[in-house]
Ligand binder design. Structure first.
Ligand code: PHE
Length: 380
């Protein structure tokens, strides 16, 4: 009897030892997040981080994905391409992320995309609108997706708004020549404005990091445009608008999603009044999924979500939905599931076209009395 017992005890011990030696599955699934938390447009990175965090928190509360909790490792790309490439590599090699949600600026996503491609780690950029992020040199980037519309559409919406709604016939544009997004967007605006029958009377480049735009803006004012298109990020938009107003231009200003920041009005004040921009969403959209999200986000972070926060939330949800449908954390399987996405995102139903771009509407926002006022939504 004693003998049997000790054999049982021994067997138990062996079994225990075997279990504890067996390779353990990862305790959690690690997802990378990337945004510019410092640098030239820091509100972008903070909003993006908050949107990612809220989505992950909600999934974890419901039991995570593939039965495991999700861990978000969020990195600051500082709005810089080289920094972006470095954090992409770090997330993949060191943190062993299975997917990346990021980043904001096209010029930085353009640095991350080839790295995702090389390692086969799928990425979805919430807000990089330059076409080349997912499709470059006539080739699709298989592992690269985005949650937003692209600049040919956004530039067209801006040009039509300037021509049809504002009645402008002469337009000028100013852009950052070192930034793929702002240069591309101004070009798309110009091409459509001309195709509509308008005239582009000035098309002025400035350097990245410039703070004095007087030389370009003097040329613009002398060309007597009805409207000035500014395709920069909010901090530059504020500076350009101020200097343009000082030079006597009182007409409307039009721009793109780069305007979206609570800091635009803080920095630009009166100068950005009579300003209009295309955006991915408006918090005043009455759709219940928008109002629901605005309520949840505001309760957690104390301010309404901007487009960056909303798209980061959407992008994270799209990625986690794909991992869940893939039933695996293998890059190729996640990629295939991403391709088959049909997701009811806050910013609109999301399905990808053959270049991994969702086809989505744009909102037009007016700056009036220091507030962002929702004007209309333009479908593609
Ligand atoms: N679309 C911008 C880019 O591609 C980034 C951006 C998106 C900025 C949304 C503000 C709001 O660089």
């Amino acid at each position: 009897m004693k003998r049997t017992l000790s054999i049982v005890a021994l067997a138990l011990l062996v079994a225990l030892a075997l279990v504890s030696c067996a390779p353990k599955g990862p305790a959690e699934i690690v997802i990378g997040g990337v945004g510019p938390v410092s640098g030239e447009a820091a509100t972008f990175g903070k909003s993006t981080q908050e949107g990612c965090e809220l989505a992950v928190e909600e999934w974890n509360a419901k039991g995570g994905v593939l039965g495991q909790q999700i861990k978000l490792v969020y990195e600051d790309d500082k709005g810089d391409a080289a920094e972006g490439a470095a954090v992409w590599t770090k997330l993949i090699q060191q943190d062993k992320v299975v997917a990346i949600v990021g980043t904001v600026m096209s010029k930085v996503s353009l640095a991350g995309a080839p790295i995702s491609e090389q390692y086969g780690v799928p990425m979805i950029s919430p807000t990089s609108t330059n076409p080349s992020v997912t499709f470059a040199d006539g080739k699709l980037r298989e592992f690269v997706f985005r949650a937003c519309f692209i600049d040919p559409f956004q530039g067209t919406v801006g040009a039509k708004f300037a021509y049809d709604d504002l009645g402008a016939r002469k337009a000028a544009a100013i852009f950052d020549v070192g930034n793929d997004y702002t240069k591309g967007l101004s070009e798309f605006f110009r091409d459509t404005f001309i195709a509509l029958g308008g005239e582009v009377v000035a098309f002025e480049a400035h350097a990245t990091g410039a703070t004095d735009f007087k030389a370009q803006l003097t040329k613009i004012v002398q060309a007597k445009p009805d409207v000035v298109y500014i395709s920069d990020y909010y901090n530059d938009v504020a500076l350009i608008a101020k200097q343009l107003r000082e030079l006597g231009f009182t007409g409307p200003l039009v721009g793109g999603d780069g305007w979206d920041s609570p800091d635009l009005v803080k920095l630009g004040g009166e100068a950005v009044e009579n300003g209009f921009f295309t955006n991915h969403y408006s918090k005043d959209d009455t759709r219940p999924e928008v109002q629901d999200f605005v309520r949840k986000y505001t309760a957690k972070f104390g301010a309404a979500p901007d487009a960056l926060a909303t798209l980061a939330y959407d992008a994270m949800n799209i990625m986690l939905d794909a991992i869940s449908r893939a039933g695996s954390t293998e890059g190729v399987k996640i990629r295939d599931a991403l391709k088959a996405t049909d997701f009811a995102a806050v910013s609109g139903r999301t399905m990808f076209d053959e270049q991994h771009n969702p086809v989505k509407a744009a909102a037009i926002i007016e700056i009036k009395g220091g507030q962002q006022v929702y004007r209309t939504t333009v479908a593609p």
